[in-house]
Design a protein around this ligand. Structure first.
Ligand code: G
Ligand code: G
Ligand code: MN
Ligand code: NA
Length: 254
């Protein structure tokens, strides 16, 4: 089989699954949300990381059905966690450019929420600046439709591209996720300290919540706490885990 055919089979044939990475409140350490991350269990090759199939999915358009599967599975799982009595939390789903450009995307989101009985404010959609900058007018219209549904929108990988500031100026995000590349040099690197501090105060001024990605160390956490970064995500708290591991992580929180 060609790679494209294999990926198509993965989407239709039960080979995809999601892992979930907690996001924590920096001040209290409590889990506030979870990012869903797709994985492929290939019948012969085993576990294929997303960097090895998301680009192909984007090129071929298979990202649309793949993304739809992710969206539904994440909503189903979030609802299931609520049903078993866990404190509700935000579930974040990554959305790529072709999905966002699909005129039916907002209705797909509405249908997924409806199908699984999940209230819209528990769903967050993560997009990178490149997703919105490609066709600004269309992206603005899509963001308006999504906001009307009540879902939250975050700008992912903030600071990794060329037009992060332009994207903030133009688009109504609720939340800013600071790219791991900015966080990784904390707290030793003076330039990183200056940039991260500036991004946090920028987010505060624009009334966006701000999350640091890729937090791995206590020293990074101490810095972020003093800089009043609201939330953090990274190996310091948890790597992405299977859904079965989430209840224990949340109960440790409660
Ligand atoms: O998950 P890491 O665990 O390796 O993820 C690598 C990359 O794949 C990240 O940049 C992430 O944004 C992307 N990714 C993971 N899951 C999804 C998904 O469901 N949809 C899209 N579009 N990208 C995803
Ligand atoms: O691009 P996006 O932010 O959606 O993807 C998150 C990616 O970052 C996933 O591949 C995830 O496995 C990875 N990741 C999450 N936490 C950490 C961390 O603390 N360190 C590193 N190096 N990678 C991380
Ligand atoms: Mn993300
Ligand atoms: Na990111």
């Amino acid at each position: 089989l060609g790679e494209q055919e294999e990926l198509h089979q993965a989407i239709t044939g039960d080979q995809l699954f999601l892992e979930y990475q907690p996001q924590v409140d920096v001040a209290t350490g409590r889990i506030t949300g979870i990012e869903a991350l797709v994985r492929w269990n290939h019948p012969a090759k085993g576990r294929v990381p997303p960097v090895n199939f998301i680009p192909l999915a984007e090129e071929t358009g298979l990202i649309v059905p793949l993304g739809l599967w992710v969206l539904n599975e994440a909503c189903r799982q979030a609802r299931n966690w609520q049903d078993i009595g866990l404190t509700p939390l935000t579930i974040a789903v990554n959305v790529s450019a072709k999905q966002f450009a699909d005129p039916d995307f907002a209705s797909h989101v509405a249908e997924a929420l409806e199908r699984h009985g999940l209230q819209s404010h528990w769903l967050e959609l993560e997009v990178t600046e490149s997703v919105v900058m490609q066709d600004a007018e269309r992206a603005l219209a899509m963001m308006a439709s999504l906001r009307a549904l009540g879902v939250r929108l975050s700008i992912d990988d903030f600071g990794s591209g060329y037009s992060s500031l332009a994207a903030l100026k133009t688009f109504p995000f609720d939340r800013l996720k600071m790219d791991r590349s900015l966080v990784e040099a904390l707290p030793g690197d003076k330039t990183a300290v200056a940039i991260v501090s500036a991004v946090i105060s920028l987010a505060q001024t624009l009334k966006l919540s701000v999350l640091a990605e890729g937090v791995e160390t206590d020293a990074q956490m101490d810095f972020l706490r003093h800089a009043r970064c609201e939330e953090a995500q990274g190996y310091r708290f948890s790597k992405p885990v299977s859904p079965e591991e989430i209840p224990a992580l949340l109960q440790a929180r409660d």
